[in-house]
Ligand binder design. Structure first.
Ligand SMILES: Cc1cc2nc3c(=O)[nH]c(=O)nc-3n(C[C@H](O)[C@H](O)[C@H](O)COP(=O)(O)OP(=O)(O)OC[C@H]3O[C@@H](n4cnc5c(N)ncnc54)[C@H](O)[C@@H]3O)c2cc1C
Length: 367
């Protein structure tokens, strides 16, 4: 069977990996594989899942806008419509079961890759959420008690702040190193790369003059140029920093949504959550907001990415007539990446037919 994967971000690469492991003939199309995934903080934090279609989340976004963390420049209209139609509606329990299975699969997968060879700064040392206000910390603690993932948490002191919630089960990686590792593994398994932007013919199953049995669309926010899906972009920035942090483990400041991860040869700092599809750079200002916790000596590299967000935060993963859709994981694409790649491969190999709630939108697609 010949499978084309459009998009070589974390989701497309993981799909290629699991398909190639089954001996499938795979071609990945992407002008620059990994380019729009490596900016991420690399926190493997599937338990920090946010439902988007809630009044609480809209309120949080408004607070972010007031603080200058978020700008709203452009939103997919279909996304707004679905968000409003489904505001405060809960997903079925089956959706949470799938997410819990995907969270476990992904955490285990990174751990296994690291056991084989830890060439991507894998660290299983947990994640700290830092709160500046006591009220917010208390609300955060209550939220975790209600979390469908039932994560282990500890409340800790953080000097200069109201405190923090520590998640001991979470891990982290260096995204650019993991991307290099997976590209090398899939190349060894004979996956081909065509470094170009393509427009698939979903009726004839052709890309240019190449014919395929299945086509996987894993091209993030750009999926909407091919399919009518409620996916919108929340842009953010990633900076590779030479400097020192006050804490040795990874942390996220809840007020600003800034993540910091000290890695072997740099500190990764990410932030920004703007409804925006443009490549305009506004990333350096993140560093001013984190100056009490990070001393910057130099900026080594700057990258940006576009979180592909569904209206409720749940990934969009399903198949319609030999076209597989794998996107929508929003701010947790790396956290769920291995599982999304695995289940996309299971769909392509006809081992499963559907992912239930996660296949909403896909099974009714028209193209
Ligand atoms: C600042 C920031 C920090 C983040 N931190 C984390 C984190 O710590 N943990 C976490 O789990 N997630 C994190 N995320 C989210 C994560 O980065 C995204 O969910 C993830 O990158 C989405 O992966 P993807 O493969 O779906 O899409 P992308 O990474 O956007 O990849 C899509 C690919 O498709 C290609 N493409 C597009 N159109 C075409 C076409 N027509 N033909 C061929 N190729 C095409 C693009 O070139 C691109 O390489 C963060 C995001 C941001 C913005």
């Amino acid at each position: 069977m010949k499978v084309a994967i459009i998009g070589g971000g974390i989701i497309g690469l993981m799909t290629a990996y699991y398909l190639a492991k089954e001996g499938t003939n795979v071609t990945v199309f992407d002008p620059s594989p990994g380019k729009f995934s490596i900016h991420a903080a690399g926190l493997i934090e599937p338990y920090r899942f946010d439902r988007i279609n809630t009044s609480a989340m809209i309120y949080k976004m408004l607070k972010y806008m007031k603080r200058g963390v978020t700008e709203v420049r452009q939103l997919n209209r279909l996304w707004i419509r679905e968000l409003l139609l489904n505001l405060n509606k809960s997903p079925p329990e089956e959706a949470w079961e799938t997410m819990r299975a995907m969270a476990k699969f992904s955490l285990d997968a990174y751990s296994k890759f690291a056991e084989e060879k830890n060439d991507f700064d894998y660290a299983n040392d947990g994640l700290l959420e830092i709160y500046s206000k006591k009220d917010d910390l208390e609300k955060g603690v209550e939220e975790e008690k209600r979390s469908p993932f039932s994560p282990k948490t500890e409340i800790v002191d953080v000097p200069g702040f109201a405190g923090g919630i520590y998640f001991p089960e979470l891990s982290r990686i260096a995204t650019e190193k993991f991307t290099r590792r997976i590209i090398s593994e899939v190349e060894n398994m004979k996956v081909k790369f065509q470094q170009k932007k393509v427009v698939p013919d979903l009726e004839k199953f052709k890309i240019g003059n190449l014919k395929f049995d299945k086509i996987v669309l894993a091209n993030g926010v750009w999926i909407t140029s091919t399919l009518k899906l409620p996916v919108t972009s929340f842009k953010g920035y990633g900076l590779w920093i030479k400097g020192t942090t006050k804490l040795k483990e990874a942390f996220v400041t809840v007020d600003e949504g800034i993540a910091v991860s000290p890695l072997s040869d740099h500190v990764k700092v990410t932030g920004g959550f703007s409804a925006d599809f443009t490549e305009e750079w506004k990333g350096d200002r993140i560093l001013d907001k984190i100056s009490s916790l990070l001393k910057v000596e130099d900026i080594i590299e700057r990258n940006m990415g576009f979180r592909p967000c569904s209206p409720d935060g749940f990934p969009i993963l399903g198949e319609k007539g030999n076209v597989i859709v794998a996107t929508g994981a929003c701010r947790l694409g790396w956290s769920y990446g291995p599982a999304m790649g695995y289940y996309a491969s299971e769909l392509a190999l006809d081992k499963i037919e559907s992912l239930g709630y996660l296949s909403r939108y896909v099974e009714s697609l028209e193209y």
